[in-house]
Design a protein around this ligand. Structure first.
Ligand code: AMP
Length: 601
């Protein structure tokens, strides 16, 4: 699957392929499981669970445990250290994919085979096809996508470990397919220096502004960061456009070479125009002004990325925000078949040929307070006697048996060594497209703030902050991004929120009125659940603290995580911080601190 013929086949027949996949979702899933088990039953890992006298599927459902990364890590480490990958799966391993896995930026190594990799490469083409079908004019120009790579790492076995996107951008299918419709030259995407890469990609996007019909990045955080970069560098970018010379600090030879065929002559009129737009104090609608032909902004804006929706809407000035797909390094889950649905209503449709999917029910509130799964295969799941909500054990259901309106944690089985593997994401089923479930992304499991018995999840926090920031909006103040941590260094402990605020019309720091900020603290606490409030009332948790940080502080946080190994293109700002260093970075940007009233409940 590398040639132009295959790409053409997808563009010609992609909608038919999607109809067939979704109409036969259950059959495809069953075949897939069968195939995975036939191929891998003899591996050291699976054979431990297979009991003689039962067929593969019975064995799988009854005996194979539901696991997390930590459970299979010993096998992965053995492979990374040079043992044969056949201890875990039959097909030859080609590489590892590095996953950020958690929102704390600690990479996991996910094995990959040639077949799994190729299968996955079809997804971006299908996404592109659906978008072009639903948004008119998208096929009439270029996409200004900000894509980045991260250096590969060699494991002791000699196998390479890289981000999925880094590997993907190096493939022929990308180079012959989507890259042809992107403004960024491939060498600027593949440049390992993210700053030079960003500068050249922005410069190209500006030079080709009239051709740009779509702007985007994989995650919304990256696009927000790119706009901040434009704020910092527009004068220099305009100067390059005016003179026709690329800044000297762009030293990467491949970048310089690529840019030499784009920045070919002085374009003072274009430079004046961009300068005029960027000089405006307010950047409201800047995307529309700089790129007048843009039909949509494409970037994942669900889950923890939803905090960027107001910011991107502000910069977009009415351009639709499209959240195209949902997946992870372990497997692709689904794509958005209705790209123009509102960001908060986005549902993704499961692609049943990407993995064998199972779904672990979690509490209806979906707030991550999922029941504790002490799972060791279905036999264990069926023997639950506990009636306690937090210890109830649940049985996973397959794709055909999910219920609309229910919340599930997704579990995947793949051809590349993941068997009943908990990805860690919670989804809410919203409907079916043909026979394939559609879901909303809810949150990452286990991202919680907790001092005592309280458990405040990513979603709880997001809901509370969404309410509180309504107080700031009439004052023209924007919350651009946030994070939090549970401060237990003092007794009693407290929740600490970090908010980066700016004025709507400019990047100036708003004048912070203590009364209003305290009101925000109060609204946040008021929104938390009964357990939190009782503990707070009982003095087990002390008043919530809100630390306001200056514009750009969260960029420093991103730089920190990138320096620790996270990739810029897969960066997800943590909504709950666990790292002391990260807290220190945000504290350095602090310009004000506020507390809820001491007694509130
Ligand atoms: P990584 O393996 O580093 O690419 O991280 C994958 C994780 O990103 C997933 O497990 C999700 O937690 C998150 N993610 C991916 N797609 C989406 C999406 N559409 N909405 C929200 N979060 C997402």
């Amino acid at each position: 699957m590398a040639g132009e013929k295959e790409i053409k086949e997808i563009y010609d027949n992609g909608m038919k392929i999607l109809e067939e996949l979704t109409s036969n979702a259950y059959e495809i899933q069953e075949q897939m499981l069968e195939e995975i088990l036939i191929r891998n039953a003899g591996t050291e890992y699976l054979s431990r669970f297979f009991v003689h006298g039962q067929n593969h599927k019975q064995n799988f459902k009854a005996n194979v445990p539901i696991v997390t990364y930590e459970d299979i890590k010993p096998y992965i480490d053995r492979i990374a250290n040079g043992e044969t990958s056949s201890i875990l799966f039959a097909d030859p391993i080609t590489q590892f994919i590095q996953s950020t896995g958690t929102s704390e930026g600690k990479p996991k190594l996910i094995p990959m085979t040639a077949e799994s990799f190729e299968k996955r490469m079809v997804k971006p083409l299908l996404v592109d096809l659906v978008m072009k079908k639903c948004i008119s004019g998208l096929d009439q120009g270029k996409s200004f996508y900000l894509f980045f790579v991260k250096p590969e790492m060699e494991t002791p076995s000699g196998l390479m470990a890289s981000l999925y996107t880094t590997s993907y951008f190096k493939t022929q299918i990308f180079k012959n397919g989507l890259a042809k419709f992107c403004t960024s030259p491939i060498d600027t995407i593949l440049c390992l220096d993210n700053k030079q890469s960003m500068y050249c990609q922005l410069l190209t996007g500006l030079l080709l502004r009239d051709e740009v019909v779509r702007i985007g990045s994989s995650f919304a955080s990256v696009l927000a960061r790119s706009i901040k970069f434009l704020e910092d560098y527009w004068k220099e970018l305009c100067s390059n456009i005016r003179t026709g010379f690329l800044s000297d600090w762009i030293a990467d030879p491949a970048c310089r070479n690529a840019m030499s065929s784009i920045l070919t002559r002085p374009e003072p009129e274009l430079a004046d125009l961009i300068q005029q737009i960027c000089e405006d104090k307010s950047w409201e609608g800047i995307i529309k002004e700089v790129w007048p032909e843009v039909k949509c902004i494409s970037s994942i804006v669900t889950g923890s990325m939803s905090q960027y929706i107001p910011l991107l809407e502000f910069y977009g000035g009415g351009i639709p925000l499209v959240s195209p797909n949902c997946g992870s390094s372990e497997a692709c889950f689904g794509i958005n078949l209705e790209p123009l649905s509102k960001p908060f209503d986005v549902s993704y449709t499961i692609l049943p040929n990407m993995a064998y999917f199972e779904f672990l029910p979690v509490n209806n509130d979906g707030g991550g307070k999922s029941r504790e799964f002490k799972l060791r295969g279905a036999s264990a799941t069926e023997s639950s006697e506990s009636t306690n909500e937090t210890t109830t054990v649940n049985k996973p259901v397959d794709l055909a048996n999910v219920k609309i309106g229910r919340y599930y944690e997704v579990v995947v089985t793949t051809l590349a060594g993941l068997y009943r593997y908990r990805v860690g994401d919670v989804l809410k089923v919203t409907g079916f497209y043909n026979k394939s479930p559609q879901f909303q992304f809810v949150e990452r499991q286990n991202v919680v703030l907790s001092i005592d018995l309280d458990k405040t999840t990513e979603v709880d926090l997001s809901k509370a902050i969404t309410k509180a920031k309504l107080v700031l909006e009439p004052l023209g103040i924007m919350l651009t991004t946030y994070s939090s941590y549970a401060d237990t260094s003092l007794t009693p402990g407290r929740y600490v929120l970090f908010w980066e605020l700016k004025m709507k019309g400019s990047n100036d720091l708003p004048k912070l009125d203590a009364k209003i900020m305290e009101e925000c603290c109060g609204i946040v606490e008021e929104s938390f659940d009964f357990t939190y409030k009782s503990l707070r009332k009982g003095g087990v948790i002390s008043a919530l603290e809100l630390r306001v940080v200056k514009h750009g502080t969260f960029d420093e946080l991103m730089d920190f995580y990138v320096s620790k190994g996270a990739s810029i293109s897969q960066y997800k700002p943590p909504s709950c911080l666990k790292s002391e260093e990260a807290v220190k970075i945000l504290n350095l940007g602090m310009v004000g601190t506020f507390f809820s009233p001491k007694t509130m409940f």
